[in-house]
Write a protein that binds this ligand. Structure first.
Ligand code: NDP
Length: 294
């Protein structure tokens, strides 16, 4: 019988643990503060930002919601980031991805104060992660590591195939699972659109992690019996429902769940963990900036 990994339940436990850390900070006069910068009309991006704001409110953290016109110039975005960098009440912030194509990504990332970079995308934080000394673990990869831990699956020595090599999921996840530390020590194969014989690789894996952005791409026939399957994908697929769409992962749940030992659902798997790890990083950022150990 397949085990459906309940990301909402794991995230709720984690948030309970975070509350005591917030209390410790508050006892010293610090309330962790997160800002989100939205520069897009994309409905999914708007939803993600409002969920992050809601998480902060639920935990009693300060939340600041900045909305920039999608046509704003790179200079306007940089000036917003400079303001956030110098605001002592904002301990962490993120720019909701994707950003408009006229904004050069590598330029704006350099404008983020690395100590406030709770997404972990600033090149300094990427370098710290790759060199095995992460300051802020990127939220989705860290959430996946915690999900594996929650079902007592130790990546050490396991063959893990990640499909997708983006800077926000696939690459940092590969680095995290490779670390010579608890939650790491896996043998990682990182696949992408140029990978040959993908199904042969996924069929060899103990753990398959899909971060592709193509609905239901990974099917049961691509998995070994008893594989652990982590589905990162969140895709809106049009249908006749009132909303006009349904959410689908990158894994075909029905066929995959017949082969897998454990699998994350979409929604309710990786998504809630990503948000919980953002809260974790913001609290960690507040601790670092105020010199209050947690
Ligand atoms: P990107 O579009 O940045 O990357 C997709 C990756 O998938 C690329 O590396 C691409 O290869 C690879 N790919 C695309 N098509 C194929 C194919 N046919 N065969 C093999 N590999 C393929 O996506 P993201 O990493 O940003 O996001 C991936 C998914 O995860 C999306 O559905 C997104 O919405 C979701 N997501 C969910 C989060 C959550 O918290 N649940 C957080 C972040 C993302 P190549 O590099 O060669 O183009």
């Amino acid at each position: 019988m397949v085990h459906i990994i309940d990301g909402n339940a794991v995230a709720a436990l984690l948030k309970e643990d975070l509350k005591s850390k917030i209390d410790t900070l508050r006892d010293s006069g610090i309330t962790p503060g997160l800002a989100t910068v939205l520069m897009s009309e994309d409905p999914a991006s708007k939803t993600y930002v409002s969920m992050k704001q809601r998480d902060c409110e639920e935990l009693g953290m300060n939340a600041t919601d900045i909305v920039l016109d999608p046509t704003s110039s790179p200079e306007e975005l940089h000036s917003t980031l400079d303001t956030l960098n110098s605001d002592p009440d904002i301990h962490g912030y993120l720019v909701q991805m994707p950003i408009p194509s006229h904004i050069p990504e590598q330029e704006f990332l350099f404008h983020i104060d690395p100590l406030k970079d709770v997404d972990g995308f600033h090149p300094e934080n990427v370098g710290l992660l790759v060199s095995g000394n992460p300051r802020y673990k990127p939220c989705t990869p860290h959430g996946i590591q915690k999900l594996l831990e929650s079902i007592n699956v130790d990546p050490s020595g396991k063959d893990i195939v990640i499909v997708g090599r983006s800077n926000i999921v696939g690459k940092p996840l590969a680095n995290l699972l490779l670390q010579k530390s608890p939650g790491g020590n896996a043998t990682v194969t990182l696949c992408h659109s140029r990978t040959h014989n993908l199904a042969n690789k996924t069929r060899e894996a103990d753990i398959v992690i899909a971060a592709i952005g193509v609905p239901e791409f990974i099917t049961g026939s691509m998995l070994s019996d008893g594989a652990i399957v982590i589905d990162v994908g969140v895709n809106r697929v049009e249908d006749d429902s009132e909303k006009g769409y349904r959410l689908a992962g990158d894994v075909e749940f029905d066929s995959a769940s017949k082969k897998a030992k454990a699998i994350t659902p979409v929604p309710g798997g990786v998504g809630p963990m990503t948000r919980a790890m953002l809260m974790y990083n913001t609290i960690h950022a507040a601790s670092l900036q105020s010199n209050i150990p947690l």
